[in-house]
Design a binder for this molecule. Structure first.
Ligand SMILES: [Zn+2]
Length: 271
């Protein structure tokens, strides 16, 4: 009985997380969040194939094995095609307990240009001073034995692509950008995953504004002749200081964001 109560709490928190990510415009009709089962390391939980903002009860959630991203219950409703992202990351990294995959339109420009998504403020310090790596699914597109080419939609639809994406986290990165697609963020908790996804999205918006301001100033001749124009990103030292303050920032943000979605009639959480 105690276990049932604990799982209900996990489901309720997770459904809040789905709603927050929609409310913060990180997830629209595409994209998803998952969490690792608290007592079974080889199982993760994510919504069925539906928009995150519409998830409303335990019946909308599916348990998957990290092996093959197969549902534990074969009669489960249809799942997201890209659940292999989650399965392969959980398999490779035991410290990861929650993952967000987003098609954020604010982030996509940084996946198709040579501009790195470096951190512009302490809330995005987890992006690291050099910015996250970029994964390109097209790099791994190979014809199968029948000579058929994989679909060119860049989605991570199988274990092979999921594994290749998961490698992008092997050097300590917690966010990987995905060319012409979006990004994936990993974390040790659901709250931290939500925070990192929201702050990745917002950092992209801030950087886009900074680049526009700089370009306008250059056109207007606002810089002294000798000055080298450039964005002044967070330094290595500032990134380290941001990491020390992340837990408190996550707590503050989570408390506020939960209040917002529970007060919004569009979201239902009956878990
Ligand atoms: Zn995707």
């Amino acid at each position: 009985m105690e276990h049932v109560t604990q799982m209900q709490q996990h489901y309720r928190k997770f459904i809040d997380a789905c709603h927050i990510l929609h409310h913060q415009q990180v997830l629209d009709t595409d994209g998803h969040i998952s969490f690792r089962h608290p007592r079974r390391d080889d199982v993760f939980i994510m919504p069925r194939d539906m928009a995150a903002g519409a998830v409303s009860s335990e019946a909308d959630l599916v348990e998957y094995s990290t092996t093959g991203a197969l549902p534990l219950d074969p009669t489960s409703p249809a799942g997201h095609a890209e659940r292999f992202i989650h399965a392969e990351i959980y398999k490779q990294y035991t410290h990861v307990h929650a993952i967000v995959h987003s098609h954020s339109p604010a982030v996509i420009p940084y996946t198709i240009s040579r501009v790195r998504l470096k951190p512009c403020s302490p809330t995005a310090g987890f992006l690291r001073a050099c910015g996250p790596p970029v994964f390109d699914a097209a790099t791994y597109a190979t014809a199968n034995l029948a000579g058929d080419s994989p679909p060119a939609d860049l989605l991570v639809r199988d274990e092979y692509l999921g594994r290749k994406l998961a490698y992008r986290f092997s050097q300590g990165d917690v966010v990987a950008l995905m060319r012409a697609h979006g990004f994936t963020a990993v974390a040790e908790s659901t709250e931290q995953a939500v925070f990192r996804a929201v702050c990745t999205h917002r950092n992209a918006e801030v950087l886009t504004t900074a680049l526009a301001v700089q370009a306008a100033a250059q056109r207007a001749g606002s810089f002294p002749q000798a000055a080298t124009p450039g964005i002044h990103y967070l330094s290595e030292e500032e990134v380290a200081a941001a990491a020390a303050g992340e837990a408190a920032a996550v707590r503050r943000a989570w408390e506020m964001w939960v209040r917002e979605v529970r007060a919004a009639a569009v979201y239902v959480n009956s878990a």
